[in-house]
Design a protein around this ligand. Structure first.
Ligand SMILES: [Zn+2]
Length: 142
């Protein structure tokens, strides 16, 4: 029970043999393939990413000038109080963690529709829709 292992094992594993799997990423086809056995899963459906077991975190990107208007909007989107969101944003902590890929895509779209930029960790490997306006410009979390 070591509590200081801050690097979480986010590598996807083969459900059959437990070996590391690698990502297939060509055109519209996304999937995972095991290097040891014959297991693989491939999808062309961008709306569901059931094979991506990575836990993602999201950070709200804001500046001192955009923060006051962003915080209440984020609070409503996430169903949390403005005080909680303000504390997380001010301290540079993620506003949400433990999110799966499909949740990231949904949240990204919701945030983008409000003109709010988010940062995703670890880097998100799937395409994100950015059809909405991005009216809020910001440089970073600080
Ligand atoms: Zn395998």
């Amino acid at each position: 029970m070591s509590s200081d292992s801050s690097s979480i094992d986010t590598e996807p594993r083969c459900p059959e043999c437990g070996a590391e799997v690698h990502t297939i990423n060509s055109g519209l086809t996304h999937g995972l393939q095991c290097g040891s056995c014959n297991w693989s899963v491939v999808t062309t459906n961008h709306n569901t990413l059931p094979f991506d077991e990575t836990d993602y975190k999201i950070f709200v990107v804001s500046t001192a000038s955009t923060r006051p208007s962003i915080i209440p909007v984020v609070a409503v989107l996430l169903g949390l109080s403005s005080a909680v969101i303000r504390r997380l944003v001010d301290s540079g902590e993620p506003v949400l963690e433990g999110l799966k890929a499909w949740e990231i895509k949904k949240l990204h779209r919701q945030f983008a529709s409000k003109g709010i930029r988010i940062q995703i960790q670890p880097p998100f490997p799937w395409p994100l829709e950015t059809e909405a306006r991005q009216s809020v410009q910001a440089d970073g979390i600080d």
